[in-house]
Design a protein around this ligand. Structure first.
Ligand SMILES: Nc1ncnc2c1ncn2[C@@H]1O[C@H](COP(=O)(O)OP(=O)(O)OP(=O)(O)O)[C@@H](O)[C@H]1O
Ligand SMILES: [Mg+2]
Ligand SMILES: [Zn+2]
Length: 511
């Protein structure tokens, strides 16, 4: 007998339907899966066989052929276990309800018949709904995640036998529901706040500018000066996520399998801080069963590389393309797939190997050669993509001890939001969203300087010996400073401030 059961698979962030066709006949035991399955799918045979047997169904002397259609795309992962098992059980006459045209099955089986959670359920179910599927039967552990989609019935199941009973109408399983509105609008999404950072007004100002124009940013300072502390608070001053952004981030985290089982919608901007020993495939994505890397997990949020010079230079190199393109292509055997990665890049570093170059507290004991070797660890092309470079000095004791009220992240965010709105309005015909996206041609159009500003910039170039690459960066940052003030034109104060944020182009580090 022949059966046809629907399942889903993924290509990048997009789901597509897979038809699981099963043919069971009497004969010498034989089991084959066709339709470009990779090893992970072929292993499915053993799990499905044991799960069926251990759920109390007899599988002896059967010839089983499974076809996964469409046959031209490679099938990866273990989520076809459940649909294959259901297909086999239909053919064996164990399931009577055959009205499964609008139902999708996703799930991995244990040998004992338990149904295990799988990654990527959310994007698969979103696509299923688009295609008119009415019901998804998925692992119970993934049920809340799928229930954030409106208009599709989500049935979470724990054991293979329960699915058989449910389909035969001998067992009732209530559909899973989530109140998405409530989760999405819940206040206090971050448990950090800039009001915890004492003093450091100039650094907070620089980070406000970075947030307002979505500028990449490098913090340089001695140990304990608060670089990590401040970087962690950047998401709290970025504009609130829209529901669409929230859903897109959640899809990526679903594929990576790192969603919270209870509150499976990500409502705050991600902050990802991978360790400096990270491999390039963990950073940008990949692997046998492809997974998004840290740059995609940071989508619409912040990627923070703490101690930048400690990262492997080759690993940093692979990040250059995606930083520019805001998406990453991962090549596969038969095709390539794309994950989005539109993140704000924040990095931190010490000024020298000992950490105290230029510090007033401690003397630096590094030689000029050591310092220049340390600086050379970060590649020029990567530094090229950083708009704002600031030196962080430790907070003064008086400030640390003071009782003054400090501005909250919410107050800073209001100014950031205003400046972002101005940019969105200004660039609506240009297909860009923020000043950091300005191309050289657009810089010419939107960052015109008056005579005085031009003079200041020219003087800075001559006096500080700024590089050509600094030029565009300064103009973009000046544009954001003007936007924060609600000014249409860039003036000399904006340019003068923007020049301050080129620490690495100045002074000692140049060779
Ligand atoms: N401005 C500040 N206000 C309040 N606490 C601060 C401030 N600066 C530093 N601290 C305290 O000092 C700790 C160390 O700061 P942090 O880890 O951010 O320093 P760092 O610059 O990242 O140092 P390292 O180079 O060693 O990584 C913080 O966790 C915080 O408790
Ligand atoms: Mg640190
Ligand atoms: Zn030193």
């Amino acid at each position: 007998m022949l059966s046809n059961v629907k399942s889903m698979s993924l290509h990048g962030l997009e789901g597509y339907v897979v038809n699981v066709q099963v043919d069971v006949s009497a004969g010498i035991p034989y089991w084959e899966i066709v339709g470009l399955p990779d090893i992970s799918v072929r292993e499915s045979k053993e799990r499905v066989r044991s799960a069926i047997k251990n759920s109390g169904y007899e599988l002896q002397s059967r010839r089983i052929v499974v076809n996964l259609a469409p046959a031209n795309t490679k099938k990866e992962g273990s989520f076809f276990d459940l649909p294959i098992a259901i297909g086999v059980l239909i053919c064996m006459g164990e399931i009577q309800n055959l009205d499964l045209e609008n139902t999708v099955f996703i799930g991995e089986l244990s040998l004992d018949g338990k149904i295990n959670s799988v990654n990527g359920v959310l994007p698969m179910c979103i696509e299923a709904k688009k295609l008119g599927i009415k019901k998804v039967i998925i692992p119970k552990e993934n049920a809340k995640e799928a229930a954030i989609i409106n208009g599709i019935e989500v049935v979470g199941v724990e054991r293979l036998q329960d699915v058989v009973f449910y389909l035969n109408k001998q067992l009732e399983i209530l559909p899973s529901k989530m109140n998405i509105e409530e989760i999405f609008t819940s206040e206090n999404k971050y448990n950090l706040d800039f009001s915890e950072v004492k003093g450091q007004e100039n650094i907070k100002r620089a980070l406000e500018i970075a947030a307002a124009g979505s500028h990449n940013c490098l913090l340089i300072g001695s140990p304990g000066s608060g670089k990590t502390m401040m970087a962690k608070r950047i998401p709290t001053i970025l504009p609130d996520l829209t529901f669409e952004e929230s859903l897109e981030i959640t899809k990526i985290h679903s594929i990576a399998g790192i969603l919270s089982k209870d509150i499976p919608l990500i409502t705050s901007r991600p902050f990802r801080a991978p360790h400096h020993t990270i491999s390039s495939s963990s950073l940008v994505g990949g692997g046998r069963i492809p997974k998004p890397g840290e740059i995609s997990l940071a989508h619409y949020g912040v990627l923070f590389l703490d101690e930048l010079p400690e990262f492997n230079k080759n690993v940093l190199e692979v990040m250059r393309g995606p930083l520019e393109d805001k998406n990453i292509s991962i090549s596969r055997v038969n095709a390539s797939l794309t994950y989005p990665c539109n993140f704000m890049f924040i990095a931190s570093m010490n000024p020298c190997p000992c950490g105290y170059y230029g510090s007033k507290e401690k003397e630096c004991n590094c030689t000029p050669q050591m310092i220049s070797k340390y600086m050379n660890k970060i590649s020029g092309p990567l530094l090229d993509r950083i708009d704002i470079q600031i030196e962080v000095t430790p907070v003064k004791y008086q400030k640390l001890n003071s009782e003054d009220t400090i501005e909250t992240s919410k107050e800073i965010k209001e100014r950031v939001n205003k400046a972002r709105k101005i940019q969105i309005e200004r660039y609506k015909e240009e297909k860009i969203y923020s000043n950091s996206d300005l191309t050289p041609k657009l810089i010419e159009k939107y960052c015109r300087l008056d005579k005085e500003s031009n003079y200041i910039l020219q003087a800075a170039f001559e006096r500080l010996g700024l590089s050509a690459r600094a030029y565009g960066r300064i103009l973009k940052v000046a544009r954001t400073i003007a936007d924060l003030q609600g000014k249409e034109n860039i003036d000399k104060t904006h340019i003068a401030e923007a020049i301050q944020y080129r620490s690495l182009d100045k002074k000692y580090w140049k060779n």
